[in-house]
Design a protein around this ligand. Structure first.
Ligand code: APR
Ligand code: PHB
Length: 390
């Protein structure tokens, strides 16, 4: 087979890039290790920054997001018995975020790819990029007993944290930065009315908690748990009881509980791989960087990678201008690190660290006290939460 851009990974990053390039007449093939059902069965976060929402519209997949997604102009931080609101709209100069499940967004991208007859190959096993330093790279994969070769101009590694692309960069070229947090998030999805129209991030000495939602009939809640906990050890009743303990009394009293329809524990990790380009391989999204979920930055740090790559590829193919491709890694990493900083800061401010000393706790309290006493500090939080410009 032959294509211009071979994209490894059919998650939101890979699908979005494929959709955008196809609309500009650039040919792509997406190789996905899993089945479509498997990809669409994964429950992921649900807050989109306005820049990502704009990309969805540009890719002509924003219709359902605009119809069913909720615009959120603010969120609450509960701490020390108080409920302080962050007015995103006011402090970011009129911006907001869209609450729309990433699973639904991925479904919309797949449907858009189908409509345009885009090629997405599922159950592609043993995907392997080759000759990345040459002008004629290629990718192989296995389908049953058959090994298929795809010749291309460029390979995009959009295959998430556990993908093969990053591992194809020689160890003496790649530098990895990683921070693992000493806790995870236990998440529950339930078909119940959300306890609050806006998200509530709750700091509590027993551990952090988050009240989020997918719609007015679907709630998503999280509590911080030790890494040693197993999801089987948490009954629904135990989860709800612990969540209530960590929420302000007036919120806990309003909480509607129900059977969990999904329950899982995710570890918290910060990770960046540099550079994001090796020869004709370009990394994008979770393949190159991971953030802890506290700042809702996961998909949003992928958004700028896709935006830069999209424009760089169009300039290359349409105008013969490769500056965007040459500058991709440096430009993408500059924004990636800002999302890293913000996610680390939100995580550090709001969680209970098992090894923290009294001094650290005083600083956490002071961080919150300063935040809600300074419009400039709120402005900084708001501009990061709605998304820094691309
Ligand atoms: N070959 C082909 N596909 C692969 C391989 C491989 N070797 N390894 C992984 N994949 C696929 C995965 O099955 C997955 O569908 O690549 C896809 C990567 O998708 P994501 O992990 O969703 O990553 P990305 O598209 O960059 O999306 C970033 O997802 O994890 C969240 O918080 C993150 O919101 C962010 C978003
Ligand atoms: C979610 O709804 O899953 C969610 C929302 C906000 C976050 C993290 C996760 O910061």
């Amino acid at each position: 087979m032959k294509t211009q851009v071979c994209i490894i990974g059919g998650g939101p990053s890979g699908l979005m890039l494929s959709q955008l390039l196809h609309r500009k007449g650039i040919d792509t093939i997406v190789l996905e290790r899993q089945s479509r059902e498997y990809v669409l069965g994964r429950i992921r976060a649900g807050v989109l920054e306005h820049g990502f929402a704009a990309l969805m519209r540009e890719a002509q997949c924003g219709e359902r997001m605009d119809r069913e997604g909720e615009i959120h102009d603010g969120f609450i931080i509960a701490h020390d018995g108080k409920m302080d609101r962050v007015d995103l709209h006011k402090y970011s100069g009129g911006s907001s975020v869209v609450v729309y499940g990433q699973t639904e967004l991925t479904r919309d991208l797949y449907e858009a790819r189908d409509r345009m007859k885009g090629i997405v190959i599922h159950n592609a096993e043993d995907v392997q990029p080759h000759d990345l330093k040459s002008a004629n790279p290629y990718v192989t994969y296995r389908s049953g007993d058959e090994v298929v070769r795809i010749d291309c101009d460029f390979v995009i590694g959009a295959d998430g944290f556990h993908g093969v692309s990053r591992k194809s960069i020689p160890r003496d070229v790649l530098k990895e930065y990683e921070k693992v947090y000493p806790f995870g998030w236990l998440g529950v999805l339930s078909r119940t009315k959300p306890v609050s129209p806006e998200l509530i991030y709750a700091k509590h000495e027993r551990g952090f908690a988050l009240c989020s939602l997918r719609s007015q009939v679907l709630s998503r809640y999280y509590i911080q748990v030790p890494l040693t906990d197993n999801v089987e050890d948490w009954s629904d009743d135990a989860f709800w009881a612990e969540l209530k303990r960590r929420l302000p009394a007036e919120v806990a009293a309003q909480l509607i509980t129900g059977a969990s329809i999904e329950k899982s524990i995710a570890p918290l990790r910060s990770f960046v791989a540099e550079p994001m380009r090796y020869g004709n391989l370009f990394l994008a999204g979770d393949a190159a960087h991971i953030v802890p979920p506290t700042g809702a930055r996961g998909l949003n740090s992928a958004a700028s990678d896709i935006y830069y790559l999209y424009h760089a590829m169009v300039a290359h193919y349409k105008d013969g201008d490769s500056t965007g491709l040459d500058k991709y890694s440096e430009k993408a990493l500059a924004r990636v690190w800002k999302a890293q900083r913000f996610s680390w800061w939100m995580t550090t401010m709001l969680h209970t660290f098992p090894d923290s000393i009294a001094y650290d706790q005083k600083l956490q309290d002071t961080d919150l006290a300063y935040l809600f006493s300074s419009e400039k500090a709120l402005g900084s939080l708001a501009e990061n939460y709605v998304g820094l410009p691309f």
